[in-house]
Design a protein around this ligand. Structure first.
Ligand code: LMR
Length: 390
């Protein structure tokens, strides 16, 4: 039976990492998968994470199951980190942000929703996650790559025109992956109005909080949206904000004003997780819980996250200046936010840059600016100017 299977293609983004590792070029630069790197090219474990882990090692007395919803203190503290004080939601811990999105997709389907609207380009895994849960994925263009411009008006009119009550719409909380484009307040407000008018459920992917302009300011649009719409789902990841990538730490939250509905929502999220993996892993959530509930660790973690963001911002300034020679539109890299920007380069040149210059980026043209340091930046700019020829 198994021989009837055809081989699946490797994930185009994740397949870059082994290629990069195998490249003997000492000057190679990894602008691929979205992990933060410091000036020395390392993805360090946050100091606060190390200290929380030391504390857990000392104090943890059992590895018995935490329970199907996960760590309640983590779920609540992480919700306050994302949504601020005083907002109610049904939340469960998940296997990373992807697990949160998958539970969100299953919850939508169980609630009678059958379609989700995705602005493209978007994270390369979004479509697959929602499709795997049986939703139809409707895409619409939301970014002009050559002009480095968000298609705000077009986005709103497509959704207003095509979406039906009960459909879902995917939004990036901040630090858009892959474009870095910033959705201004007026566009967020317009999205909220369309969602309200048409009875749509916003699904907000929050994976880069703290990497845009700050922990609180990055979450402000999401919080305003939650105040405006009666129902929403937030898929939140701790991978980047706490540097816990491999620990697969996240949570999904569904909002409703009714405590009875929240109770039902939680029961569904728990049941969906139970049927998929039974219970989420503990370690990452225990680390985040320890940091968020200890004022000293929390302050130290925030300082380190702020420093990471400042480093990315300074790389953005350098890249924007250098690449605006290629195209004036690329000056926008300086004001885009988060780890990524999307360059208008064709696949042939991306492969050429990989083979001739050791610069690794996915074929989409996305670059992980957090993967660049100040000693590599001039060489990368020179190579892009020489090979990209926009
Ligand atoms: C990325 O977009 O690079 C990250 O979210 C990692 C991933 O899983 O794709």
């Amino acid at each position: 039976m198994f021989e009837t299977l055809s081989r699946e293609a490797d994930d185009p983004l994740l397949a870059l990492t082994p290629l990069f590792r195998a490249d003997p070029n000492p000057a190679k630069v990894d602008l691929g998968v979205g992990v933060y790197r410091d000036e020395l090219g390392r993805t360090p474990v946050f100091r606060a994470v190390k200290r929380a882990e030391a504390h857990l090692l000392e104090t943890q007395e059992t590895k018995a199951y935490v329970g199907p919803e996960g760590d309640r203190t983590f779920i609540e503290a992480f919700w306050t980190f994302v949504a601020g004080e005083g907002r109610h939601a049904a939340g469960v811990q998940t296997v990373g942000g992807t697990g949160a999105l998958r539970l969100a997709a299953e919850l939508l389907r169980r609630s009678g929703s059958s379609r989700i609207f995705l602005g493209t380009p978007t994270w390369s895994n979004h479509s697959a996650i929602f499709a795997a849960a049986g939703l139809s994925v409707v895409t619409y263009p939301s970014f002009d790559v050559a002009g480095q411009r968000l298609l705000a008006g077009e986005m709103i009119s497509v959704v207003a025109d095509k979406a039906q009550p009960g459909d879902a719409i995917l939004l990036h909380a901040s630090c858009h992956n892959p474009t870095g484009a910033v959705m201004d307040d007026a566009t967020w407000a317009a999205v909220a109005e369309v969602a309200l008018e048409k009875g749509l459920v916003p699904v907000i992917d929050s994976a880069y909080q703290g990497f845009g302009t700050g922990i609180e300011s990055d979450a402000a649009p999401l919080r305003r949206l939650l105040d405006r719409v009666p129902e929403a789902i937030v898929a939140a990841s701790a991978s980047k904000s706490f540097g816990l990538y491999r620990e697969r730490t996240g949570a999904v939250y569904a909002t409703s004003a009714s405590p009875e509905t929240r109770d039902k929502l939680k029961s569904h999220l728990v049941t969906i997780g139970r049927g998929a993996y039974s219970m989420p892993p503990d370690h990452g959530a225990a680390v985040v819980r320890t940091i968020l509930t200890d004022p000293e660790l929390r302050t130290d973690w925030r300082t380190e996250l702020d420093d990471a963001r400042k480093r990315i911002t300074s790389m953005r300034t350098i890249l924007a200046k250098g690449l605006s020679r290629l195209s004036p539109a690329l000056a926008a890299i300086a004001t885009q936010q988060g780890m990524f920007s999307l360059l208008p380069i064709d696949e042939t040149r991306i492969v050429e840059l990989r083979h001739r210059r050791g610069i690794y980026m996915p074929l989409s043209g996305r670059i992980n600016i957090a993967g660049l340091n100040s000693s590599q930046a001039p060489g990368v700019i020179e190579a892009l100017c020489a090979h990209a020829a926009l």
